[in-house]
Design a protein around this ligand. Structure first.
Ligand SMILES: [Zn+2]
Ligand SMILES: [Zn+2]
Length: 320
């Protein structure tokens, strides 16, 4: 699944997926002058945006990639289908790409680090020859029949996310609920990769450049608290203070209260306090149970830490 060159057809599709929503959004804004947006258009846009965004944040990211909670198949299926509708690729590809990001964050093997360039981190990496290595980074997920099925039928769900707004609102429904919604979903998610590794504050010590950013926190359903997330990837909550708005965590908390999901991963204040003063690479690389990450910075830091321990021990206990 890895290392195959990207075909010309795939390159054309990727270019279209990036530029068509941008041009369609410009057209949608232009068309406002000739025809006011109706409440129906706005509802289709807001509902579509919210479902797709939660599909990515709650479904693809916190549930599938990091196993931040456990859910029955009907809830997993719902969120994974919503995630597929966001046009960000099949669930397995998304998870593998994201785990590769955590494993090599802001190092050479990071698929989308702003260390290369802000444009590369935002969208350039998608237009490049990047291919996710599902076997290597998301191997355990290949045993999950539901995940494999929804991943393999990605095109169906993605197209459905265009057909539904068209059936409800005609061509303008497709414009607002399809293209504009896709444009917003894409750029807000991509901003987590670009903006949240460049601008914002850092509460926890991590080996990467991750930041907490209020604006992206609000737009991306809580995913903008990205330094918190890199410090504790398994945590179902990315917001870690009452003022760090995290709608995805509120949905997860609500489902837990209703008894619909279980084993929600949360981080104690004691663990947080430790990470405010020092890095913990093992905790940073604990991204998905069953995936052992010892690549890139992790391996270097682990090797460095081990060398340091050995050196210190040797200094304290010189050989006789
Ligand atoms: Zn990141
Ligand atoms: Zn993550």
């Amino acid at each position: 699944m890895s290392c195959k060159p990207v075909s010309l057809k795939a390159k054309i599709v990727l270019q279209l997926l990036v530029w068509v929503p941008l041009l369609a959004t410009a057209f949608a804004i232009y068309s406002l002058w000739g025809r006011f947006i109706t409440s129906k258009d706005l509802i289709i846009l807001v509902v579509g945006y919210t479902l797709c965004a939660l599909g990515i944040t709650v479904g693809y990211h916190r549930m599938l990639t990091h196993k931040g909670f456990e859910a029955p198949d009907w809830i997993r299926g719902f969120f994974l289908i919503c995630g597929s509708m966001a046009f960000q690729g099949p669930a397995l590809n998304w998870a593998a790409t994201h785990i590769q990001h955590h494993a090599n964050s802001d190092e050479d093997e990071d698929p989308h680090s702003p260390v290369k360039s802000f444009f590369h981190a935002h969208v350039g990496w998608i237009l490049d020859d990047f291919r996710p290595d599902v076997q290597r980074y998301a191997g355990p997920l290949l045993k999950d029949k539901l995940v494999v099925f929804i991943s393999n039928t990605f095109v169906l769900w993605a197209l459905l996310s265009l057909v539904i707004p068209y059936l409800i609102g005609g061509w303008y429904g497709l414009l607002w609920g399809g293209a504009v919604r896709m444009f917003l979903n894409h750029h807000v998610t991509w901003a987590v990769n670009s903006v949240c590794h460049t601008y914002g504050n850092r509460e926890f010590v991590t080996t990467d450049q991750s930041r907490n950013n209020l604006l992206i926190g609000l737009l991306a359903m809580g995913e903008g608290w990205h330094n918190n997330h890199h410090a504790f990837p398994r945590s179902a909550n990315h917001g870690m203070h009452w003022w760090q708005i995290d709608p995805s965590a509120y949905i997860i908390g609500g489902l837990e209260k209703l008894g619909l999901i279980k084993s929600v991963v949360r981080i104690s204040e004691e663990r947080r306090a430790k990470r405010r003063v020092s890095a913990d690479v093992a905790e940073e690389r604990d991204v998905l149970p069953g995936v052992i990450l010892e690549t890139g910075a992790a391996a270097a830091v682990m090797a460095g830490t081990m060398a340091e321990v050995v050196t210190q021990a040797a200094a304290q206990h010189p050989p006789l």
